[in-house]
Design a protein around this ligand. Structure first.
Ligand code: CTP
Length: 134
């Protein structure tokens, strides 16, 4: 059983997220998502439209996702890798070579997948604001 772990906020779930989750799942058999809590989003300077429980329920409804766990801190990743016996940590290419993930290479594989071009949660929010103003 190959266990894969990825992290993110997953607000306004969109096809870029689904593409990432599908490809992450294809790297193994069991996909865990560390979902940023509302408090952690504040630390990251992000404000999600949907709260943690709502984002969690949305992710749990995605067929590629087996387990959603809270992401509360930058530092928890190694503990998560050990606790959940993770073989591969996967992130989108926006995190490529980031020290936040690179140190995990001593404990598991670290893979960066290309982002889907042309979409992000922030982009959707900006565009919806424009529609509202028209
Ligand atoms: N992701 C992706 N392709 C996109 C958007 C996101 O592959 N077009 C990936 C990210 O690289 C990350 C995961 O989806 O691994 C969750 O990203 P998140 O930051 O929650 O989503 P974004 O849409 O990038 O949100 P934001 O605009 O708030 O940064």
């Amino acid at each position: 059983m190959i266990r894969v772990l990825t992290y993110g906020t997953y607000d306004l779930l969109h096809y870029g997220h689904i593409n990432l989750l599908r490809r992450a799942k294809e790297l193994g058999d069991y996909l865990i998502v560390g979902l940023s809590t509302d408090a952690f989003n504040e630390i990251k300077g992000k404000t999600a439209f949907h709260d943690y429980e709502t984002r969690k329920r949305m992710l749990e409804a995605v067929r590629y996702v087996d387990l959603v766990i809270p992401e509360d801190t930058w530092e928890q990743k190694l503990d998560d890798v050990k606790t959940y016996q993770v073989d591969v940590v996967v992130m989108g290419s926006d995190w490529k070579d980031s020290p936040r993930f690179e140190y995990l290479r001593d404990y598991c594989k670290v893979v960066y997948l290309d982002r889907t071009p042309g979409i992000s949660s922030s982009d959707i929010k900006d565009k919806l604001h424009l529609v509202k103003e028209e």
